[in-house]
Write a protein that binds this ligand. Structure first.
Ligand code: SF4
Ligand code: SF4
Length: 166
């Protein structure tokens, strides 16, 4: 059982209300859909939480051209161009941009390569309680569990689903 479930709702609680420890980052990369090395949480936020604004102000405001939309309308951030000025965080009207950024120069103790089983286990151990765990669950969209990519499930309330409930 090597699937992991990342609960983004708990992550947010933890980041907004304060954690007992610093939140580590699971990093993935190499697959075409990730377009390079990516923090998994950022990929999940851009996939499920971002409203994919038509004239995305985050893209326009970025002084380094680090943000772009892919052909599906999803925002992609080039981590090697981003200078962490946080202009995109300030301008996003929905507060979906994460304010803690993946840094291109990795701080080794905080970043874990989820392709490596040992690092994956350390990532789970280092994560605040309840945010990441091994699971034998499958994706279950009725209960807000989605498959971000093979082996990685994410729990969140996607904005498109919330929109339908309004
Ligand atoms: S934080 Fe990074 S992505 Fe955001 S506007 Fe600044 S350079 Fe661009
Ligand atoms: S401004 Fe915010 S909601 Fe709109 S595309 Fe950018 S990150 Fe997504």
């Amino acid at each position: 059982m090597n699937n992991i479930l990342i609960d983004l709702t708990k992550y947010r609680e933890c980041i907004n209300e304060g954690c007992d420890k610093k939140v580590p980052e699971g990093v993935i990369g190499g697959e075409p859909e990730t377009n390079g090395l990516k923090p998994l949480r950022e990929l999940a936020v851009f996939t499920y939480t971002c409203r994919q604004c038509e004239d995305a102000p985050c893209v326009t405001v970025c002084p380094e051209d680090a943000l772009e939309k892919n052909e599906d309308g999803m925002i992609i951030r080039s981590t090697n161009l981003c200078v962490a000025c946080k202009s995109c965080v300030t301008i996003c009207p929905f507060g979906t941009m994460m304010s803690d950024f993946y840094e291109y120069k990795r701080t080794e103790n905080l970043y874990f390569n989820l392709k490596d089983e040992k690092e994956k286990e350390r990532f789970i151990n280092e994560s605040p309680e309840g945010t990441v765990q091994y699971t034998d669950k499958e994706k279950d969209e009725e209960n807000n569990i989605y498959e971000l990519m093979p082996g990685i499930l994410v729990k969140d309330y996607p904005w498109e689903k919330l929109k339908k409930l309004e």
